[in-house]
Write a protein that binds this ligand. Structure first.
Ligand code: MG
Length: 369
């Protein structure tokens, strides 16, 4: 594919309801949207980096910089843009998976559009319904949390992920389990704990959790394996896994029995598929994790979530839950409670509406730099 233009945009959308994780509270969310234009079509992706360097060291601003200064010029100068070879093109650039992943994902969308195939099919998935999970943030009280979880259950969500941190763990997990005993629940720590919390985390084993997600930081993989050996509940890895090699290493230690795959964290859709395939061979179920994605990111994640080993509910809930306007049309909605399906059109099948506030825009063209 000949790539003629790369466009970067920072786009802000207000949330329908404020969200708080262990680091901060959000009322709006700004995303970096990446477009690649070539051979008469446009492929798009939403960078999954956040505005802050807490979940990951990368932010939307560092991703912008790395694409503007390095990844974009290399891609434009190469003459050919292909999602299967672009990582080789960028091999001298250390890390920055979110930046690479955004541009690589836009190339996948472009490739699927030029092949006139849905992105789901292009990736090895199918036009099939996908079960959906919701995430409940850290709330100001247990009552607030229970009413949030109840709203998700009533809407039909097939699983709820509770954000936990030291001091907000056993009690919310116990109360949610007592109120909704049949609800599959993941307790997601976002790496908030360390080895001194092994006993406290082991106490989560009695509440029928589907998984305890990313209890420790990446460098505490041995402690993660120790916890998995102590728990009958699955440990789900998220922040830990940046590549299929890391997925293999963690599996060798027996450190997890479930994987949350996020495209940006692993450097794009190609590596996401490789991690998926490895987990499938190991009998480790997977799902696609989201980050309050706007429309373009949401439909991209849904395409990935149609792969065969994505057997658990993915974070691809209806747009209305998160944004009154998520910047893309059509809007993602339940086809029946708890289930969504990808679009049959080429690529993700969605187009930007142009209705969200654009904070910054840049076009890169071949030979300009
Ligand atoms: Mg997580």
């Amino acid at each position: 594919m000949k790539i003629s233009t790369i466009t970067l945009r920072l786009v802000t959308a207000p949330l329908t309801r404020p969200f708080e994780n262990r680091w901060q509270r959000y009322e709006t969310w700004t995303k970096l949207i990446v477009e690649v234009e070539g051979e008469g079509a446009v492929g798009r992706a939403e960078c999954t980096a956040m505005e802050t360097p807490f979940y990951n060291y990368e932010t939307i601003v560092t991703a912008w910089y790395v694409i503007e200064e390095y990844l974009g010029p290399l891609l434009l100068a190469a003459g050919e843009g292909d999602p299967l070879t672009c990582l080789h093109l960028w091999r001298e650039i250390n890390g920055h998976e979110e930046a690479k992943g955004a541009l690589e994902t836009a190339l996948w969308d472009l490739r699927a559009r030029l092949n006139d195939r849905p992105l789901s099919v292009e990736l090895g998935g199918a036009l099939r319904p996908v079960p959906v999970g919701a995430t409940a943030g850290i709330e100001s009280s247990i009552d607030e949390l229970l009413s949030n979880v109840e709203a998700n259950v009533r809407a039909g969500y097939r699983r709820v992920r509770l954000k936990i941190r030291p001091g907000w763990d056993v009690e919310p997990v116990r109360e949610v389990h007592a109120a909704f005993p049949a609800l599959p629940v993941i307790a997601d720590a976002n790496a908030a704990y360390d080895e001194s919390h092994l006993d406290a985390l082991t106490a989560l084993d009695g509440f029928g959790l589907l998984a305890v997600e990313q209890p420790f930081p990446r460098h505490l993989l041995d402690a993660t394996a120790e916890l998995q050996h102590r728990l009958s509940t699955a440990v789900c890895l998220d922040e830990q896994l940046h590549s299929v090699r890391e997925a293999q290493e963690a599996a060798r230690l027996g450190a997890y029995r479930m994987a949350n795959i996020k495209t940006g964290r692993v450097g794009g859709l190609g590596e996401s598929v490789r991690i998926h395939d490895f987990c499938a061979a190991e009998g480790i179920p997977t799902f696609v994790g989201g980050k309050w994605d706007q429309g373009i990111g949401r439909w991209t994640n849904l395409a990935l979530a149609t792969l065969p080993n994505m057997t658990l509910p993915s974070d691809v809930g209806p747009s209305d839950t998160y944004y009154d306007d998520d910047g893309a049309a059509p809007r993602l909605a339940f086809e029946r409670p708890g289930w969504v399906s990808p679009l049959p059109g080429a690529g993700t099948g969605v187009e930007p509406t142009g209705t969200l506030a654009v904070e910054r825009e840049l076009k890169l063209t071949k030979g300009e730099r």
